[in-house]
Design a protein. Structure first.
Length: 302
């Protein structure tokens, strides 16, 4: 059943007035400077550097965009891209990426060229939002000429680095607010009806429909099992409406959906989905699940 959203008219897509009304209701709830930038300034290991690849036009001074990149690129090594915070409200995607930079990145530097973008959507991080201020979902906006600056500037970075990527792991969460806020908002914005899914209790990954690499996905799932529980399929054999193709794994057509996971042509691609609202989860546990997933992905292809 469609939920009634407090903005707009049911069945009618939002115009500029409704989008402005939505934006006016958003507020800063945490600090990108304190929780991301201040940490980044202290944790980049030897052999890597902070690269500013852009800034969000909403407030360029407040929202500079950074990647951690190797000082020297070795063409004989495979290359990997790690992205977090495409959806800014998904906290462990950001904090898990930062924890990986601090605790594990140096251990892989001799094996890979690794690029880490810990917070793609800092406005979304501060306001705990899925969308950007334009009421656009950056994770549906990875296409040429993207109107979402978060997506457009990440695309530009990847193109400029011109690395032949073997791996891309995109760090996400599925939360209870997906059903209580974000999917109802999406339905209202687009003037359509969306059926809400049961939120899966546990970790899962999203593979690429055209190239799922199930042994690779299994390696990630098996590693995360040591940290947190894996989401079971629902009574229809699905997770968030998609068929479960192996334990804790579903598939999306990432390029067709303009997802961050479809940004590259890497052979090995996965999107992690941590469930922070579980009774058995803690923030530390969620961050560790992300780190375990990254390490397992890298260990699989080394």
């Amino acid at each position: 059943m469609q939920q009634i959203y407090p903005i707009g008219t049911p069945g009618k897509p939002w115009g500029n007035e409704e989008k402005a009304q939505w934006k006016a209701q958003q507020s800063v709830k945490r600090s990108y400077q304190e929780e991301v930038l201040d940490k980044l300034s202290k944790i980049v290991p030897e052999g890597f550097q902070l690269k500013q690849y852009g800034a969000l036009p909403y407030d360029e001074a407040r929202y500079p965009l950074y990647a951690v990149v190797p000082i020297n690129i070795d063409s004989n090594k495979p290359s990997a891209l790690i992205t977090g915070g495409v959806h800014g409200y998904e906290t462990s995607g950001v904090q898990g990426a930062l924890q990986f930079i601090e605790a594990k990145l140096a251990t892989f530097k001799d094996l890979f060229n690794i690029v880490v973008v810990p917070c793609v959507s800092p406005w979304g991080y501060e306001t705990i939002n899925r969308w950007n201020p334009l009421a656009l979902d950056p994770n549906r906006s990875f296409y040429p000429g993207s109107p979402a600056p978060e997506s457009a500037q990440l695309i530009k970075l990847v193109n400029e680095l011109a690395l032949p990527l073997a791996l891309h792991i995109d760090l996400h969460e599925t939360t209870d607010t997906d059903n209580s806020e974000f999917r109802p908002a999406l339905a209202a914005r687009d003037g359509v009806t969306h059926d809400n899914w049961n939120i899966p209790d546990g970790f899962y990954t999203v593979a690429n429909t055209s190239n799922p690499q199930l042994e690779f996905q299994k390696a990630v799932i098996d590693a995360v099992k040591e940290v947190t529980h894996i989401a079971p399929a629902d009574e229809n054999g699905k997770i968030i409406g998609a068929d479960v193709v192996s334990e804790g794994v579903i598939c999306y057509d990432k390029k067709a959906l303009s997802l961050c996971g479809g940004l590259t042509d890497a052979k090995y691609v996965t999107t992690t989905e941590v469930y922070p609202d579980s009774d058995n989860a803690t923030p530390e546990n969620c961050n560790e699940a992300q780190v375990s997933a990254i390490c397992a992905a890298l260990n699989f292809i080394k």
